[in-house]
Design a protein around this ligand. Sequence first.
Ligand SMILES: Nc1nc2c(ncn2[C@@H]2O[C@H](COP(=O)(O)OP(=O)(O)O)[C@@H](O)[C@H]2O)c(=O)[nH]1
Ligand SMILES: [Mg+2]
Length: 368
Amino acid sequence: MFDLLKKKLSNFVDKLSRKAKAPEQEKLEQAKQAPKQISKQAVQQAQEPTTLQKPEHKKETISVEKPLLEKREIKPELKAPSKIKAVFRKEITLKESDIADMLFELELSLLEADVNESTAKHFCEEIKKRLLADKIPAKDVESFVKKRIKEILRELMQTEQIDLISMIKSSEKPFKILFLGPNGAGKTTTIAKLTVLLREQGLSSIWAASDTFRAASIEQLEEHAKRLNVRLVKHNYGADPAAVAFDAISAAKNSNIDVVMIDTAGRQETNRNLIEELKKIARVVNPNLKIFVGEAFAGKNLVEQAKQFDDAIGIDAFIITKLDTDAKGGTMLSLLHEIKKPVVFIGTGQAYKDLQPFNIDEILERIV
Ligand SMILES: Nc1nc2c(ncn2[C@@H]2O[C@H](COP(=O)(O)OP(=O)(O)O)[C@@H](O)[C@H]2O)c(=O)[nH]1
Ligand SMILES: [Mg+2]
């Protein structure tokens, strides 16, 4: 989860803090060297008058010279510690030329971690703008830069929040959820997971097997329904998915069921038939919520897929699945930067329990 993204950002922080500290370090080294050279000289020169002290008759003149010499040569030695202090500025300011290369590298790193181009550019622009305007505490460059990164990531991922459970509880029965998304993204599995989660909150569900296209999709849903003891409304393969959904809603009304979950087919997202089919379901059903289910490791493609679904049908919220298997981490960032919709849950495994609320703080802790 977020592994590569975390690694790339941490590399940036390391490089930047080394660079920020470098001039300070250099000056410190110089300052350390300086008093040593001066003191050798000072000792040498300071010794000269003492040898001249011996002749009694020169005493007077020498005694005048010696304090003068001592005063002049010892002065730099006394000054040295304050010189070191002076090079330790409390705050560091960066110039664009200090960080240009690093930012270029960062942008490439973000792309590698599945962040899409416009999000990566936006991130780098923001971090540049803020760091150049900042007075960075010299003692704490690393944690300061991390704080800035977190701040930007939070802004990127910030969307309106949905509390699904209270939304369902405060709506007229049945609450209708239409699940959309590419093939294999995890729609059917997520329906099963969400049913378990809602049941724990005292909410009952019925399912509409409106994926009448994909081989074995009805059986897959039936298998979950049996295991979880959930009612399932199905027609045959090739049947009109909108009619299946319509029947499930009638059944929910008759049996006082709280939630209707409508499973749909995911073909090639660009497939016109699918889009028309989904539009028809949406028209017939008028769902309370259209949830786009997308898998985290779909990378940059996910943004494009979600945009197409959003343009055609309209997405109200996201469920991002398979975060447990995503080694890169940039997908969610791009998705939320490009399409500002609430993430209601994240999928973190194949078991029924592996559906968690989207918590931005937890995610930021994992990334930075
Ligand atoms: N590791 C993992 N696998 C998941 C997750 N969600 C779904 N899957 C798996 O993804 C595969 C496809 O899921 P499915 O629900 O059939 O996708 P659909 O085509 O969108 O309905 C199945 O093997 C699921 O077990 C998840 O959060 N983590
Ligand atoms: Mg399915």
